[in-house]
Design a protein. Sequence first.
Length: 214
Amino acid sequence: MPGLHRYLGTPILTAMINLLFGSKLTDCNSGFRAFRRDRLPAWHVSSPGMEFASELLVNALRAGAKIVEVPITLRSDQRHRQPHLHTWRDGMRHLLTILARAAWLFLHGGLAIVVLSLLIATMCAFGPRLVFARFTVFDYHTLIFAVLLGFLGTQVFGTGLLLQLRDRDRSRGLRHNSSTCMKGSSSGSSPALPRVLSVVLASWPGVGRSTALL
């Protein structure tokens, strides 16, 4: 395994899954998986690429599956074949697959940003303040920043809502989501950005331990 994958990519993705979904994995990219056949349909795994490894783990964790890691011995392939893994493209697919299934992160994060923007705007209502006898804060430029920050928060929150809705209604499929995104973009409405982000997060994946999922 290349050093970039072993010491940067895989540890970061594993840490994200552990943090967002409450697991205790040590290697999210292990290709050795064992699971019960009757459980697989309930996990709704559909990714066609390398991100399948992350989607399988995340969906299983969200469904309440128990995951156990068993130490194994890995022997490297000596045939010197051309690697079929694309570092940045496949890494981004893994990342977006994980984030697309953590709608709460966008909901809570967006709400926190909106609250922060409201606090800054409230401080601006009491007039400007001079800091270090040189810098003026809570003036009109700070208010502009608060408005932009609030707009960003609503977009992040809206992305979380759309990801949550998509998660609840998978039967509508990617085509409907893409169509809705294009309509929102063409009409110039403010929810267009979260629609684009949610579709990108949800659909981008389409474009040494052994793990047992029980």
